[in-house]
Design a protein around this ligand. Structure first.
Ligand SMILES: [Zn+2]
Length: 506
């Protein structure tokens, strides 16, 4: 059966002009033909037609770094703060059923035009991560979204990055026990971790249609020994899959690296053989100018998280410098969108706006380039550059979005207005009408075709009733009480081991 999908405007591939009155043919889960609407209609008179004059067609987008938080963290009692102070609060959140969360998150992202998401798992119970992973993958697949799933591993520096004794010495005796609980190592051994990755890989990794990829994730530079990070590299290479890590999200992480090795994190990872085209690094706010050529030379991908970096007070990543060096960048919501709504188009808008810096000598970052991060390059750093997604050309997997174009145009827009500028400045999830993933309409008229949103919301509310608010408040109290001491610890951390950060030209 052939479906002919058409629109008055189409971004088939970034770097190419926007097409007008353009159509695609889809058979099964692939795009089989593309061209003018008039041509394709004549060639495929029997095809079912979807689309029309009122649509802008673009590839479904890739959310390159996230955690499948579903409800976010703020409504669960963890307000935004400096990352290091915010993180302990996560442990006191209710452990909502993972299957429900993934169903909710999956349809939320699809209705925002996202066809693929990267899920960096935050385990509720490290020793039960296999069960949590199965439930999460099942939920996403039922929603109809592609997922790159990365179970995490950490084996050092919980709570604080170094100088544990100095931190403990600054705590009152009433908080010593609470601090010790946060300082306990995670109970998952390296061997059990890779056994779990192996099981998930055998069960779920789909190298044909790319509905699920299983990847590995030493969770962050400061939280993982070289030994575990190198083992992850080895595992990913042997399984022809990828690694995703949090990296240089905050200035304190950069200082940690200089204290530990007398050089930047990236220089250290290059030296021990971690950098390569298999690696995606999320955040990358606090890179040094000397890191840029290393990242480019090794083909490392970067997941840019502009909202999260603002909300958790990490800063603004030097996106123009990364792009100038030809580094492949994707964009991820990290569960912390500016409006706490997982609106991916708005996240791209923020990335675009922050990237165009003051000064006549600053480069201009085009709407096309930002959309490339949301589509082709985002896919390359999330699923791999050999996966045919992020473009609407024959042979590619059939993942696309039809946007309500009059809704984007508003009262009137001049024919002189570049359509991609208009799209990126104005479009949000409200204009996402129809979404096709893997050849199936998973969103029609702005609604999931697979998940009853009201039903999953009420199931989540019912699940939350299992938790006694008083007990949750009690477990959150320890994290809250440690906050001022963590703040003081970092505020008084000697930072002169790290060189003044080279200014990275905007
Ligand atoms: Zn993250």
């Amino acid at each position: 059966m052939t479906t002919l999908i058409w629109a008055s405007f189409a971004l088939t591939e970034t770097g190419q002009p926007v097409q007008t009155d353009y159509a695609l043919c889809v058979e099964g889960n692939r795009i089989t033909a593309a061209g003018s609407y008039a041509d394709l209609r004549a060639r495929y008179p029997e095809a079912t037609q979807v689309g029309g004059h009122d649509f802008f067609m673009l590839p479904a987008m890739t959310n390159s770094h996230d955690h499948g938080r579903g409800l976010g963290t703020l409504p669960l009692g963890v307000p935004d703060d400096l990352l290091e102070i915010w993180l302990p609060g996560l442990y006191s959140q209710p452990g909502i059923d993972r299957y429900l969360l993934a169903r909710y998150e999956g349809q939320l992202l699809l209705r925002a035009g996202v066809g693929t998401t990267a899920h960096s798992h935050n385990p509720r119970d490290w020793l039960n991560m296999g069960v949590e992973a199965e439930a999460t993958i099942r939920g996403y697949r039922e929603a109809g979204i592609r997922v790159a799933f990365h179970p995490p591993i950490t084996d050092q520096n919980p709570l604080i990055y170094a100088e544990r004794e100095r931190f403990l010495a600054g705590l009152p005796s009433t908080l010593q026990e609470a601090a010790q609980r946060f300082l306990r190592p995670t109970p998952l051994t390296q061997q059990d971790y890779f056994t779990l990755c192996e099981q998930l890989f055998q069960q779920h990794h789909d190298a044909t249609d790319h509905t699920v990829h299983i990847q590995v994730s030493p969770a962050g530079g400061q939280w993982c020994s070289d030994e575990v990070t190198l083992a992850a590299v080895d595992w990913a290479k042997r399984h022809n899959t990828r690694i995703q890590m949090h990296m240089l999200e905050t200035g304190y992480q950069r200082i940690y690296a200089f204290k530990r090795w007398g050089k930047s994190f990236i220089a250290h990872l290059a030296e021990i053989g971690v950098l390569g085209p298999w690696l995606t690094l999320a955040h990358m706010v606090w890179i040094d100018a000397t890191d840029l050529p290393l990242l480019a030379e090794h083909g490392v991908g970067v997941a840019h998280n502009p909202s999260s970096n603002l909300r958790l007070r990490s800063g603004v990543a030097p996106l123009p410098a990364l792009l100038e060096h030809g580094i492949h960048v994707g964009v991820g919501l990290d569960g912390q969108a500016l409006d706490d709504d997982q609106d991916y188009l708005r996240e791209l808008r923020l990335a675009w706006t922050l990237a165009n810096r003051p000064g006549a000598d600053s480069p201009t970052i085009s709407a096309d380039l930002v959309l490339q991060m949301g589509t082709r390059d985002g896919c390359a750093i999330t699923l791999g550059s050999d996966v045919p997604l992020g473009r609407l050309t024959p042979g590619a997997l059939a993942d696309l979005v039809l946007l309500d174009w009059p809704g984007v145009q508003g009262v009137w827009s001049s024919p002189e207005t570049p359509p991609l500028d208009l799209l990126l400045r104005r479009a949000s999830r409200q204009q996402v009408k129809h979404v096709l993933v893997n050849g199936e309409w998973v969103v029609r008229d702005g609604q999931s075709t697979r998940i009853d949103e009201a039903e999953v919301m009420s199931a989540i509310r019912a699940d939350l009733k299992r938790y006694d608010p008083a007990l949750l408040a009690q477990s959150g109290a320890a994290a809250k009480a440690l906050g001022p001491y963590l703040r003081r610890f970092y505020a008084t951390w000697e930072t002169d081991t790290a060189p003044a950060r080279h200014f990275i030209a905007a």
